[in-house]
Design a protein around this ligand. Structure first.
Ligand code: SF4
Length: 377
């Protein structure tokens, strides 16, 4: 039995989460949103695998129109739209979805003359008009600058403060159908951030996720580490497992999510392999509609193979699928790769080392990795 949760109930279309409702399992389309055939097929495959909610990202008007057509083709799916950086697209797609996710760290990109409060009021107004739920989706790699400045050297504190501030804005607006997520690629930070948030706001439903968990099996193990601890404490009303897998295997995110919930409810906690998390840490994003080249997933797998010889080195390599989040989300890694349409950008921390064709970047990565290892010894 999972411990009782104290969160309030909210509605996402026909689905209810929070309180005593069962924990909903979600996934997200990794296909290009404008590829109607591929995205429709992925929504259907995820629903067939048992997804309670399927998220689709939009970034421009063409994506928004594609989402409307996907809704027409998948009338029964519970759809969440990820507004990425262009929050005003909410107005166009709201009648066709059940939930909207916004990232508080991305609200300052557009219409800089408007306050964050005004933008949240715009989103809450649209959500109210169309009976939608909202998710305040805070992400470690994109916390709003104001919170980072207020919490120097404490990214986790900044993430929690940002989430709390947005809850307070929504509360002042009288909007209550919202949930919150606080994601990081480090499972320990996910545990800490969500535990701190839940202590401060026990009433707010929480969406759990370890972002950029990466390739199975490590991505599953990292997710388990965080989710087992949190679910066992009664934290988490809905969840998504983010895995770097090719599109035909995306349904595994749902299966893994359900298995973790069942295991925790039955008191089955999986052990972690010896030395897990002590040596080389490869993080990679689950890919989404923004991925610039479908070779990304294969590249992430090749990076894992290539770097096996360095498995015991305490280094982090980040592999990201696009230019939007790739540059920022690789800054903290010892070595980072983020994908463009034809080339892959290689970085050491926040320093660019150049942009290389897909079939050449691994040689450059290995040379840099060897240099770092030599410097450590
Ligand atoms: S890094 Fe880019 S491609 Fe990968 S999940 Fe994030 S937005 Fe999508």
């Amino acid at each position: 039995m999972l411990p009782p949760r104290k969160t309030r109930e909210i509605r996402i279309g026909p689905l209810k989460i929070g309180g005593s409702n069962r924990i909903a399992v979600q996934s997200m389309c990794a296909t290009r949103t404008q590829d109607l055939e591929a995205t429709t097929a992925q929504v259907r495959a995820l629903v067939a695998a048992g997804a309670d909610v399927v998220r689709i990202a939009i970034d421009n008007n063409a994506d928004a129109e594609a989402l409307i057509e996907i809704r027409r083709r998948c009338p029964d799916a519970v759809l969440s739209v990820d507004l990425q950086e262009n929050y005003r697209l909410a107005e166009r797609v709201a009648p066709f979805v059940n939930k909207m996710r916004y990232n508080p760290g991305h609200l300052h990109h557009h219409e800089r003359e408007k306050s964050v409060e005004e933008k949240v009021a715009f989103l809450a107004g649209i959500a109210t008009q169309h009976g939608l739920a909202l998710r305040v989706g805070v992400n470690c790699g994109s916390v709003a600058p104001a919170f980072l400045e207020a919490h120097p050297g404490d990214q986790l504190g900044a993430m929690v403060a940002s989430a709390i501030a947005h809850c307070e804005i929504l509360d002042r607006l009288g909007f209550r159908d919202y949930c919150v997520s606080l994601k990081d690629s480090d499972p320990q930070k996910v545990i800490e951030g969500n535990t701190r948030f839940a202590a401060l706001r026990p009433d707010v439903p929480i969406h759990l996720g370890v972002t950029e968990a990466g390739l199975p099996p490590d991505g599953i193990i990292k997710t388990r580490i965080a989710f087992e601890q949190l679910l066992a404490r009664g934290i988490g009303d809905t969840l998504r497992v983010s895995l770097t897998v090719p599109n035909p295997r995306k349904h595994e995110e749902i299966e893994v999510g359900r298995a973790i919930i069942e295991d925790v409810a039955a008191g089955r906690f999986r052990s972690v392999p010896p030395n897990f998390g002590k040596g080389l840490n490869i993080i990679s994003c689950p890919s989404c509609s923004r991925v610039e080249n479908e070779a990304f997933v294969e590249l992430a797998q090749q990076v894992k193979e290539l770097t096996r010889y360095a498995a015991e080195k305490k280094l982090t390599i980040a592999v990201m699928g696009c230019r939007v989040n790739g540059p920022g989300e690789t800054d903290d890694a010892d070595l980072g790769l983020w994908c463009g349409p034809k080339t892959v950008n290689l970085k050491r921390k926040d320093e660019s080392l150049g942009s290389f064709p897909y079939d050449q970047v691994l040689d450059h990565l290995k040379a840099e990795l060897d240099r770092l290892i030599a410097a450590q010894s």
